[in-house]
Design a protein around this ligand. Structure first.
Ligand code: SF4
Length: 437
């Protein structure tokens, strides 16, 4: 029996799909190459942005076929539960965010009893994180390791605490074992995942804190690089910031969402920091690590956002000069406080603000990429590039994509590349002769 997992959403969803895949392979199922050739189709969903259920139902509509078992898991599954099977009869089972470890067992009962199943309950912290014990079957040069799940912050626009639950950290022993096992399989870069990684361990009494965990991972031989997402400006502490200048494995890049440049809007969002505090964190990071590349998330059109507030967001972009920015327009999410706020912003205003902001950031990103020209950068080679023949793709420590001509046996190695051109989303480089690590 062949299965296919279609993943929507964030890196955390990607990692969860990888873990579910490992479980299903362990239960004797095989991977299908395409959704069309699958006997079992699983859809891992995300409900952070608008109307995600529409995306899921249209995907199911296109892929349903006689005899094909279809399961929906993740955030949308958690949010809608049995309403999904009621609305679309082709959906056979629905699995909430804390039930992923049960996928094989639930699939078995669906096949055996020819009945529908909906499982969306929340569990104890340990059981809710059980899925992450499954070892990755085919790890890449750069692999994800989820260290925690859920969030306690309840920002006024965010559905995550409702669909993923409260903060829960994996035991450090388990995380470290997973990193060591990945290192043995040839993984060179680890990306630690959590909704707010800076709060790692806070729920676990005397287990390791996040900076302590980073130190332990740094001491694991063969792991050359460590990154982590997502940090929260109010939780990112000085000890973690200092590690950017201290630990060799910590890459010179950080993703630190700011969401708005206006204190008034930040307050309405319930973000727990001010513009000044955000800028202070950026200053400290650049002081410790002048080469650090900065990326962030920002939202426009939050209820009540005025032109003045929006201008403050633009001015924050000018001040910080982010290397990369992920920008969105606000969309009301069910269960959240902001969905009930008065002064919702008309769609056309949101769109106009988004376009203005993206135009400004495009200029900044291009400028930052062009500033790399002439520099020699260490690049971890990941795979053949999308460019024509003989080109490989890798990443610099400051998280820029570099394409360069080179042999495919460089995958997994760090090499030195001279940057010869900077584009909007990537760099073009030339391998330096003598520097392969
Ligand atoms: S910090 Fe705020 S935006 Fe991020 S996951 Fe938690 S509640 Fe959502």
């Amino acid at each position: 029996m062949k299965f296919f997992i279609q993943t929507f959403g964030c890196q955390m969803n990607v990692n969860e799909s990888q873990k579910v895949e490992a479980l299903l392979l362990g239960h004797g199922l095989e991977r299908a190459e395409t959704p069309e050739s699958s006997d079992v189709l699983l859809i891992n969903t995300c409900s952070v942005r608008e109307k995600p259920e529409r995306k899921v139902f249209s995907f199911v509509g296109r892929l349903k076929a006689p005899g094909r078992i279809i399961g929906v898991m993740g955030c949308v599954a958690q949010q809608y539960g049995e309403r999904m099977t009621e609305r679309e009869r082709a959906i056979d089972f629905v699995i909430g965010t804390q039930n992923l470890h049960r996928v094989p067992e639930i699939l078995e009962t669906v096949l055996r009893d020819k009945s529908k199943r909906v499982e969306t309950r929340f569990y104890s912290p340990e059981t809710s994180l059980e899925i992450f014990k499954a070892p990755l079957t085919s790890p890449k040069v750069s692999s994800y390791v989820t260290i925690m799940q859920g969030c306690d912050r309840f920002c006024s626009y965010c559905i995550v605490p409702f669909v993923r639950g409260r903060e829960r950290s994996r035991p450090s022993s388990e995380v470290l074992e997973e990193v060591k096992a990945l290192a043995e399989k040839g993984v060179k870069e680890i990306i630690l995942l959590g909704q707010n990684v800076n709060r790692y361990g806070m729920d676990r009494g005397n287990d390791l804190t996040f900076p302590q965990l980073l130190r332990k991972i740094d001491s694991i031989e063969k792991i050359a690089r460590v990154r982590f997402v997502t940090s929260h400006p109010a939780s990112l502490d000085d000890e973690t910031i200092r590690l950017f200048g201290e630990l060799e494995s910590i890459c010179e890049s950080i993703h630190l969402p700011f969401q708005s440049g206006s204190d008034r809007v930040l307050k309405m969002m319930g973000r727990g920091y001010s513009r000044a505090l955000y800028l202070e964190k950026i200053e400290k990071l650049r002081e410790i690590q002048p080469e650090i590349a900065l990326s962030a998330d920002v939202m426009v059109g939050f209820p009540g956002e005025t032109e003045e507030d929006f201008k403050e967001t633009l001015s924050l972009l000018e001040t910080v000069q982010f290397d990369t920015l992920f920008s969105f327009r606000y969309t009301p999410r069910p269960m959240t406080r902001a969905a009930e706020y008065p002064n919702q912003i008309p769609e056309e205003v949101k769109l106009e603000r988004l376009q203005t902001l993206q135009a400004l950031q495009s200029e900044i990103t291009l400028k930052m990429n062009r500033l790399q020209v002439g520099k020699v950068k260490k690049v971890l080679v990941e795979k053949p590039s999308k460019r024509p023949d003989r080109f490989m793709m890798g990443r610099t420590r400051d998280n820029r994509v570099v394409n360069f001509e080179g042999p495919s046996d460089l995958v997994g190695r760090e090499i030195e590349v001279r940057i010869i051109k900077g584009y909007q989303n990537s760099l073009l480089g030339k391998m330096e002769e003598h520097h392969v690590y």
